[in-house]
Design a protein around this ligand. Structure first.
Ligand code: PRP
Length: 211
């Protein structure tokens, strides 16, 4: 039996994912050591391997088959646009992709003015403004703390994730448009899904039964 390899996005989703895997008997104790610099972890008993990568790299590892299975946010799946199967909504990490900004931006947005949109998700922003709304905007890619952009005048609005709304509130910004709901998803390499169908289907069934 060959190893099945899991790619997990580092950060908020990783802990919950490991908790969920534990519930179905997929254990990887070593991975929980926060001081470890090890990159890959093996469960010899079940012939499984796990690694943590940056979230946006998870779909890349899965598309190329370096990982058979990945767990990653729907935002990243949409942004990366990789060829893979999205097989399960894991139901945690729930949040919403939104257009946000100060109250003053509402009018500019509604009038379809040529505004600047700062975001970590240029592809999602393009799809929303160009394909769905047929609105011309200038998209500016940032890498984090997106809420800063309208405050310091880099852009009129942002496209970003809203979870509790605290970041927006504390910075005087509002949700102006909702783009789509998000949550953690399980994704599978398209060839692995055929070649390892029995094992992967069983994992999907097991996880579904504890959701
Ligand atoms: C995300 C997102 C918002 C915030 C939303 O950022 O980009 O800034 O969380 O959460 P809230 O609605 O509960 O306040 P993250 O903390 O992941 O870091 P980043 O700014 O570096 O992207």
């Amino acid at each position: 039996m060959r190893y099945l390899t899991f790619a997990l996005g580092k950060g908020r989703l990783a802990k919950t994912t490991l908790g969920l895997f534990e519930k179905v008997g997929i254990r990887c104790e070593e991975m929980k050591d926060p001081d470890s610099r090890k990159l890959i972890f093996v469960n010899e008993e079940h012939k499984l391997r796990f690694f943590l990568s940056k979230g946006p790299d998870v779909p890349t590892y899965v598309e190329y088959g370096a990982a058979d299975i990945g767990v990653v946010g729907k935002d990243t799946i949409m942004e990366e646009g990789r060829k893979l199967y999205e097989v399960l909504d894991l139901g945690f990490g729930k949040c919403t992709m939104c257009v946000c900004g100060p109250d003053s931006a509402r009018e500019l947005l509604d009038q379809g003015q040529l505004i600047r949109v700062a975001t970590k998700y240029p592809n999602i922003a393009k799809d929303h403004f160009y394909n769905k709304k047929h609105q011309t905007v200038e998209i500016i890619k940032l890498n984090g703390s997106i809420e800063l952009a309208p405050i310091v005048g880099l852009s009129e609005v942002i496209v970003d994730i809203v979870e509790t709304g605290t970041t927006l509130r504390e910075n005087g910004l509002h949700v102006l448009e909702e783009i789509c709901p998000l949550s953690a998803r399980m994704v599978v390499n398209q060839v692995s899904m055929k070649m390892e169908n029995e094992r992967i289907s069983q994992i999907i069934r097991d996880i579904r039964s504890v959701l």
